[in-house]
Design a protein around this ligand. Structure first.
Ligand code: SF4
Ligand code: SF4
Length: 92
């Protein structure tokens, strides 16, 4: 699993993983998520799983990232991560 990027405000609820799973499969299951949430240093962070499966929520509407939509506390940080990495651009 790649190193996780810290997300300001993230509370490790993993709702984003459930939203991603639902987008891909129509059902809930952490194993279907493109992203993984977990401890990162003294906080909580995110990484894309390998193999890379994020399609930036194709079919859900423009920039309508389901993980961000249902994020509980770290929407802005997660949006930046997805927008940058989901298009193959390195995160800042
Ligand atoms: S933007 Fe990517 S990581 Fe987020 S829910 Fe959609 S497919 Fe999953
Ligand atoms: S939904 Fe938001 S607050 Fe919850 S684990 Fe995912 S990024 Fe963190």
């Amino acid at each position: 699993m790649p190193e996780k990027i810290k997300l300001d405000g993230c509370v490790n609820c993993r709702a984003c993983e459930m939203a991603c799973s639902l987008h891909h499969t129509g059902k809930f299951g952490y194993k279907y998520s493109s992203i993984s949430i977990g401890l990162a240093g003294d906080g909580v962070g995110v990484c894309f799983k390998e193999p890379f499966t994020c399609d930036t929520c194709e079919g859900e509407g423009e920039n309508n990232f389901q993980c961000v939509k249902y994020c509980y506390r770290a929407k802005d940080a997660l949006r930046v991560f997805i927008a940058a990495q989901g298009k193959g651009i390195s995160a800042v």
